[in-house]
Design a binder for this molecule. Structure first.
Ligand code: ADP
Ligand code: MG
Length: 235
């Protein structure tokens, strides 16, 4: 008699974005014994093999990582808290804060703009951002009226050309704000990148996924503390 077993689950797929998340994930992958076969900055391939036959990487846009994992197209992924807040986290298990790609989500305005006057309850402000969800929640929490303008990048330009009075964007050193005559007015949240896992995959592929989680957790315990605020920024 044939027994009815679930299909073989012998491989796992990890979704990563190019740039800082890929770079800062390499040491964690190495701790798990995983070395990518290609460098995504050099290769145009979107699916990268690794030294481990059962482990592959897919290269996606940072904001798309939770979507690939939510639908199970990738079993795991690494995404910033900013991106996870906008996505909402449905279907995702978030077992580890990896303390990489550290920055903070901020309100920024043109130097000299009286943010304190606008930021009182009942105040009104026009804000350009790609973080519509986080911005809406933040200003609602302050009792402010906000006209949100969705942008996909280069938010710093908006206050300079009169598109908005303020922006909500991620900031690390603040150099881009300064270079464009803007200043940080308020911090909304501190950001780091987290490991995300498809909830169904975790159940079906636990033997493959758990050792990876353990290796990542071990590497974190040994190597780095939580994100520290950049120099000059009050804790
Ligand atoms: P994208 O520009 O497509 O958002 P990035 O690779 O620049 O992709 O950002 C990926 C993630 O890294 C963001 O979601 C955020 O969590 C974090 N991040 C963004 N900018 C910075 C920065 N300047 N310093 C540190 N981390 C950042
Ligand atoms: Mg970027």
């Amino acid at each position: 008699m044939l027994s009815h077993k679930p299909p073989a689950v012998s491989s796992i797929t990890l979704a990563l974005s190019k740039g800082r998340i890929f770079e800062e994930t390499l040491p964690l992958l190495a701790a798990a014994g995983i070395v990518p076969a290609d460098d995504p900055e050099r290769s145009r391939k979107l699916i990268l093999d690794t030294n481990r036959p059962g482990v592959r990487l897919v290269i996606v846009r940072a904001a798309d990582t939770p979507t690939y994992v939510q639908y199970g197209a990738a079993d795991l992924g690494i995404a910033g808290k900013d991106v996870l807040c906008e996505h909402g986290g449905a279907g995702l298990y978030q077992p580890l804060d990896l303390n990489i790609a550290c920055c903070r989500l901020c309100v920024a305005v043109k130097k000299g703009f009286d943010y304190a006057a606008a930021a009182r309850p009942g105040g009104r402000i026009r804000v350009a951002t790609k973080y519509i969800g986080a911005a809406k929640a933040h200003f609602a929490g302050k009792g402010m009226h906000v006209d949100l303008i969705k942008l996909y990048g280069s938010m710093e330009l908006a206050p300079l050309v009169g598109l908005a009075e303020a922006i909500v964007d991620v900031v690390s050193s603040g150099a881009t704000l300064r270079a464009n005559g803007l200043e940080e007015a308020e911090e909304i949240m501190s950001i780091s990148s987290r490991l995300i896992v498809n909830q169904a995959a975790l159940k079906l592929k636990r033997e493959l996924i758990q050792p990876l989680l353990d290796a990542f957790a071990g590497a974190l315990a040994g190597e780095r503390g939580p994100c520290s605020p950049p120099a000059g920024h009050p804790a």
